[in-house]
Design a protein. Structure first.
Lengths: 144, 144
DNA sequence: TATATTCACTACCATTTTAGTAGACAATAG
DNA sequence: CTATTGTCTACTAAAATGGTAGTGAATATA
């Protein structure tokens, strides 16, 4: 599962992408429209600032904006920044590989081989789509 | 990420699948070959017993065996049993849908639409492969 | 320059989840 | 009747999660 923090991050960045080119967006607007706890969002946006994904300006009329064009921010990148990896097990990460603890020899681990496939399919989706891409909305669960 | 418990579960079931048709496999064998803490594995296997995935016999020469043919146990099923869902967010589960907390309206949530795509790709991999299928091993990380 | 506004950063905290362990009990074979 | 092997409930330590508090720093404007 993605953590709540990662979910907030993605929704906040989507919001900033929608406002891209329109100047600075204050925290309060994102908080209201995206239903994210204000203090927590400052933590998130500061972190994204340090990562170079958003830029911020303090003071009156300050706020946030994307530091890159939405077309240059892939969903996969966002997840990697927040979670470290797209993979479901540490040993199946292609960018930040780690040994799983208490596992069998890696070259002999079928779980790993399988999870590499899952990772690659996940990457195929998340690295193909950027914050600039329109996303076709699915109907809500339970809708006719 | 999959929890350590889920990883142990999958490796234990793979082990039992390899021994399918060869009678009962004692806990100690799985513990040794799969490098899983013994007590923890009893917890896991008991749970799988209650789920109807393995059957067990106590006493001398007792042990565990798959309750179903390996061909009838998909990796997706295992993950669903242990984790509840294949999805990366609660609202993107197809079998055990739940609302995400502090989210926007579901019919308007682009994160959800995207994560449904990821879930479906994940399911395409994990529900296609069963414990009976051979898995092509990937070379270990760092191998030439 | 004083003040209100807005973001930055560190530290802290409560709760939940995770990864086990302990220990008593039940079944079975010999 | 005793060794062996699984069952089950309860417990625990450590880590991760989801925040909040509070202080400080930059900026616009009156």
């Amino acid at each position: 599962m993605l953590s709540q923090k990662t979910r907030y991050t993605i929704r906040a960045l989507q919001h900033l992408a929608d406002r891209y080119g329109e100047g600075l967006v204050p925290l309060s607007e994102i908080v209201e429209k995206q239903n994210i706890p204000a203090k927590f969002l400052t933590v998130i946006l500061s972190e994204l600032g340090r990562e170079g994904v958003v830029l911020a300006q303090r003071g009156k009329d300050g706020g946030y904006a994307l530091a890159l064009s939405p077309v240059d921010i892939r969903y996969g990148d966002i997840v990697r920044i927040m979670r470290g990896s797209l993979a479901l097990v540490p040993c199946a990460s292609r960018f930040s590989h780690e040994k799983c603890k208490n596992c069998v020899e890696e070259s002999n681990c079928r779980l790993r081989s399988l999870m590499l496939q899952v990772r690659d399919e996940t990457a195929a989706v998340l690295d193909r789509i950027t914050l600039a891409d329109p996303i076709v909305l699915e109907p809500a669960y339970g809708a006719e």
